[in-house]
Design a protein around this ligand. Structure first.
Ligand SMILES: [Zn+2]
Length: 152
């Protein structure tokens, strides 16, 4: 079953946006706010119902999310990540329908590759103007393996 793993927003200010979610909707009160120095982003992560929201702010004007906001002319929904049972099957089916793979902007890899939470891939085609990320979430064993390889 395909379900939404997370929705990622590109924002000018994580603090300001999070504050607005908290005030207007009463969500994100337990948000985890992290500054990822290597990726040069600040991100807030919280759940709305079963769906994880990620608010992403670039620390630099030339950063991935700053650039996206500038090109698009404003903040917005950057991508939706869909969890699938088998990423290889999902990609094969999408490609059989004419879909092509987009390079991961963090890893510079096209197609399925490991991220902290699972195997991910990006499609070049969008739905309703929103980028598609596909993820096969790690099993507990795979997660342990990923952590041990990275020394986390
Ligand atoms: Zn990647």
């Amino acid at each position: 079953m395909t379900y939404i793993k997370h929705m990622a927003f590109a924002v000018d200010s994580v603090d300001e946006t999070l504050n607005r979610y908290q005030k207007l909707l009463g969500v994100g009160l337990d948000a985890k706010v992290v500054v990822a120095e290597k990726a040069r982003i600040k991100v807030a992560i919280f759940d709305v119902g079963d769906i994880e929201y990620q608010l992403n702010e670039s620390l630099d004007g030339e950063g991935r999310f700053s650039k996206w906001i500038a090109e698009r002319g404003g903040e917005g929904l950057h991508h939706i990540c869909y969890a699938v049972p088998d990423i290889d099957d999902a990609l094969a089916e999408a490609q059989a329908q004419g879909s092509t793979l987009r390079e991961c902007s963090s890893c510079k890899v096209s197609g399925s590759h490991p991220h902290p939470e699972g195997y991910v891939a990006f499609l070049e085609q969008e739905t309703g103007g929103i980028e598609i990320e596909i993820m096969q979430v790690y099993t507990p064993d795979e997660l342990e393996q990923y952590k041990s390889i990275r020394g986390i």
